[in-house]
Design a protein around this ligand. Structure first.
Ligand code: NAD
Length: 496
């Protein structure tokens, strides 16, 4: 762990298992609540002492720039960490474990330079006074991140918080601590004061929950499952913490009858199969017009047969393993439930067999047809390479099915008629809607969920708002008691 600028070990250690090989590729300290307390204390000390929060924004941005340069110089290493730690196929790891984190880091560094840290308030005219609105850091911010995109989500929690002058305690997922620990060392070497950024490991129910309840923590930014998000909201409520939640999804992907089928087939595969389906904003419910259903499914399954599932270190590999044995068994359980509920397996449906799959956690890309939206495989987030195809007869019906879910993170529409697609997009209850695309999460656009997919937004032009408190400062300009509001209320002093 990294606490108060020092490496901290623990008596307990985790074994980190590579998902493709089941090899122990590293061990990591397993933190407890004492480590969480130490990290919050270090973060509080750093905040009160004030070196980082009082560093001018341009200099804070310069520190973030040095981090970007250091990560850029170690791109191959971060790519390898992504492959070993998470099972990302190499090409994908280059993008998701290095390329996107770098672009997003740069966005936050740029925002640090341009953000309206202080602006004049409106002229009110009633009394002669002037106002300022300042954006100040909140204090100790806790980030809790999942295992599926460990570095990029750690960047979303850490960079805007540090940009705003806060201190941060990051609780990494127990399975994937490596990239965030590397980032801690890089931040320290870039000149961040000790204690401004701390990384603790440990179980969610103990260490994570302890951080969420901690009275000295002012904000929690959590990414993970909706079930744990509910608990985080409850635990944060005793001390009225500011809370940002990025939770699960069950993205509806609507193909309209005028879609470009070549693009829509590949796009629909990309939508559900990126990182073996372990992405919160995946398109996991494919809504097809009944007139196109059979042709589309035929093309989709033919295209899936061309994809290579296997060794993530092989540059030719398209799809890697899933994260763990627990995750694999959970996904296989959902596949079984789909079969039992009467859906038809149009592709896959089990674990791949043969050479290359003896070790590791594998699930075949799986397509169910004949799915009804009330089936378990259409309602619950599977978090694996499983697609549920639902057919519809009218656009109204497609929209109704799409919105019939507790989630609201992402959705998609495929059509060659953009105004028509935009009209459908306007009816979808989702934080991100992609038209003729998927997974296009730009640092310039807000990202987050409607309904039970979350609270708040990350990224976008307003990304620092959530990590600052607004302070309204009013300055009297009259110097005269009789012109002030309290002069009116109290009357003129007798000897004035
Ligand atoms: P999870 O909710 O089980 O765990 C997420 C993190 O929370 C981990 O670090 C875990 O240790 C910690 N945690 C667990 N219990 C806790 C508690 N009681 N208090 C505080 N922290 C606790 O999720 P997961 O299985 O690791 O990740 C998959 C989930 O994350 C999926 O549901 C996925 O949709 C979601 N996700 C959402 C986004 C998004 O931006 N909306 C992005 C990625 C993943």
């Amino acid at each position: 762990m990294h606490i108060g600028g020092e490496w901290v070990d623990s008596d307990d250690r985790y074994e980190l298992i590579s998902p493709a090989t089941e090899e122990v590729f590293a061990t990591a300290a397993k933190g407890g609540t004492g480590h969480a307390d130490a990290a919050v204390a270090a973060a509080s000390r750093a905040f009160e002492e004030g070196t980082w929060r009082n560093t001018p924004p341009l200099e804070r941005a310069a520190v973030l720039d040095r981090v970007i340069a250091a990560v850029t110089a170690r791109m191959d290493e971060f790519t390898e960490i992504g492959v070993r730690e998470c099972g990302f196929p190499q090409r994908l790891s280059q993008a998701i474990c290095v390329g996107f984190p770098l672009a997003h880091m740069q966005h936050y560094a740029d925002l640090t330079r341009t953000y309206a840290w202080e602006r004049p308030g409106p002229v009110t005219g009633m009394v002669l006074s002037t106002q300022l609105v300042r954006r100040e850091p909140i204090g100790v911010c806790v980030g809790i991140v999942p295992w599926n995109f460990p570095l990029i989500i750690a960047v979303w929690k850490t960079f805007p918080a540090l940009a705003a002058g806060n201190s941060v305690v990051l609780k990494v997922d127990e399975k994937t601590p490596v990239a965030a620990l590397e980032m801690a060392a890089i931040l320290r070497d870039a000149g961040l004061p000790a204690g401004a950024f701390n990384v603790v490991t440990g179980d969610g129910e103990t260490v994570g929950a302890h951080l969420v309840r901690h009275p000295d923590v002012r904000k929690v930014s959590f990414t993970g499952s909706t079930a744990v998000g509910r608990q985080v909201m409850r635990d944060a409520s005793d001390t009225i913490k500011k809370v940002t939640l990025e939770l699960g999804g069950k993205g509806p992907n609507i193909v309209l009858d005028d879609a470009d089928l070549d693009a829509a087939v590949d796009g629909s595969i990309y939508a559900f199969l990126l990182h073996a389906g372990q992405a919160c904003e995946s398109g996991t419910r494919l809504l097809l017009p009944s007139s196109l259903h059979d042709e589309f499914v035929e093309r989709l399954t033919a295209r899936l047969k061309t994809l290579k599932v296997g060794d993530p270190f092989d540059p030719a590999t398209d799809i890697g393993p899933v994260m763990s044995a627990v995750q694999r068994d959970r996904i296989l359980g959902y596949i079984e439930s789909g079969k039992q509920e009467g859906a038809t397996v149009a592709h896959g449906g089990g674990t791949p067999q043969g050479p290359g799959y003896e070790k590791g956690f594998w699930v075949e890309p799986t397509v169910f047809t004949g799915v009804r939206n009330d089936m378990c495989i259409a309602r619950e987030e599977i978090f694996g390479p499983v697609l549920s195809v639902i057919s519809y007869d009218s656009v109204d019906e497609a929209v109704k099915i799409a919105n019939d879910t507790e989630y609201g993170l992402s959705a998609g529409v495929w059509s060659q008629d953009v105004p028509r697609a935009l009209e459908v997009a306007g009816r979808l209850q989702a934080g991100s809607v992609w038209i003729n695309d998927w997974h296009n999460i730009s640092q310039h656009m807000p990202f987050g969920g409607f309904k039970q997919s979350g609270v708040g937004r990350e990224l976008g032009a307003d990304a620092l708002d959530d990590f600052t408190e607004q302070k309204a400062i009013t300055i009297d300009l009259t110097g005269r008691v009789d012109r002030r509001a309290y002069g009116l209320v109290l009357g003129t002093p007798p000897n004035a």
